[in-house]
Structures are given as C-alpha cells and as structure tokens.
Design a protein around this ligand. Structure first.
Ligand code: DC
Length: 224
C-alpha cells in the first residue's frame, strides 16, 4: 500500500502524511528530508552548489536513513543525527540546487522505492511521488493552499524552531520555492492526473485528515 501526497510549500503535506500514516498504521516517508540532508552536507562541506558532478558524487557517497515514524521521524546522515539541522531555513532556501539535479534525483528515487519495498505500508510525501516515483500508488493527493496562508504557516513553523523571519520575507521565499519546484526540468512539481486535489486553506488539521482518510476509504470500497 502506497499513498502519495505531493504539493506546494506549506500546503500541509507533512502534517497530512504523518497524520494519515498514524491513522492507517503505516510508515511515513518524508522525501524532502532526503534532499535536505544532502543540502546540509553540501553547505557544511563547502561544496559548490552549481557543480552538477560534485552534487551527484555527494549523493552517491551519502548514507541517508529515515526511520519512517509518523511525525518527527529521525533522519541520519552518514550515521549522524540531522533531524533538527535539516529544518534550518538556510537548508530550505538552498535545497533547490540539489533538487534540480537529475543525477541526484535518480539516486534518491531509488532509495525511496527501496524504502517502500522494505516497509510495505507507506504514506509518502514530496513533489514527484505520485507522478514519477510511485505512479501505481493506491491513492494520490495533491495539496495546495492560498499563498498567504502557506506563508503564515511557514512563518509559525520557523518561529517554533526559534527562527524569526518577517511575513514578507517568508511569503517571497515560499513563492520562489514553488516557482523553482514547478519550473525545473527534472521531475517538476505538478499534480498527477489521477490525484485528488485538496485545498487546505480553510481546513483545520483534523478536517484535512478526515477528508484524506475518507477518500482512502472511498477508493478502497470502490475497488473491493
Ligand atoms: O518538502 P521540503 O520543503 O522538505 O523539500 C525540500 C526540498 O526538496 C525542496 O527544494 C523540494 C525538494 N523536493 C523534491 O524536489 N522532491 C521531493 N520528492 C521532495 C522534496
């Protein structure tokens, strides 16, 4: 069983994936964490982010481990716990350099599929999960919300981690990240044809989870 959740920055993907995984007794695969882990390593190692070969080599030489626990799942990079470090805003704003490299994506997509074969029951979130990585997923969701709502959520999330950024700054960043994700050549962000699109702008977390769980239930009934 694979359920995919793709969508824009701040649309609620992580909350949705963690919550749905918990409700379904499934693992949670946060694929963004993989791109973030490599970004952290590149930044800390002083790797030139414009150097495609260096980034591909870095991806090939890295060991990323995700434990799949819904919510604050642990992320280890080359044996080191980077769960907190990968959430820093400097990682968020530089992750597009890794995400746009086809060679890097190929390596991470293989890891994501291997994770799925190992775990079996999975709710996975990212940008290309329904379109590229798991085209045969049981249910696919595409989440979006108004940019203003997404910027507020993101600002709050950063605040909770002790990082203070103005609303204007965060809004600009959110729009830039979406534009980069949707216009890059390699596996751009777009809804899968067979995905259910959900606008989470006016939804509480519980409402969002109820809507997703109801759709999973509906599809299951429809196919059995
Ligand atoms: O969802 P996130 O903000 O943690 O994602 C971090 C970065 O990785 C962001 O630049 C988008 C990119 N990403 C991607 O290209 N494909 C995925 N499946 C997941 C994330």
């Amino acid at each position: 069983m694979v359920i995919t959740i793709d969508g824009t920055v701040g649309s609620g993907k992580s909350t949705a994936a963690a919550g749905l995984a918990r409700r379904l007794g499934a693992a949670h695969l946060d694929t963004g964490a993989m791109y973030r882990a490599l970004t952290l390593k590149a930044l800390d190692g002083g790797v030139n982010l414009e150097d495609a070969q260096a980034l591909a080599d870095l991806a090939a030489a890295s060991v990323i481990e995700l434990d799949g626990t819904p919510g604050a799942g642990r992320v280890r990079l080359d044996g080191r716990d980077v769960t907190q470090a990968i959430r820093e805003n400097r990682v968020s704003v530089h992750s597009h350099y890794l995400a746009r490299q086809a060679a890097v994506r190929k390596i991470l997509v293989e890891k994501q599929r291997a994770f799925a074969s190992r775990i079996g029951r999975l709710v996975t979130e990212g940008r290309d999960q329904g379109t590229v990585v798991f085209p045969d997923a049981e249910v696919k969701f595409y989440l979006d919300a108004d940019a203003a709502v997404r910027a507020r959520r993101r600002q709050l999330e950063l605040q909770q981690r002790g990082e203070y950024h103005s609303y204007r700054e965060v809004l600009k960043e959110v729009l830039e990240r979406d534009a980069r994700d949707s216009t890059r050549e390699a596996d751009p962000l777009r809804p899968a044809r067979d995905s259910l699109r959900v606008d989470t702008s006016a939804m509480t977390v519980e409402e969002m989870l109820d809507a997703l769980a109801a759709e999973v239930e509906r599809r299951r009934k429809g196919t059995t």
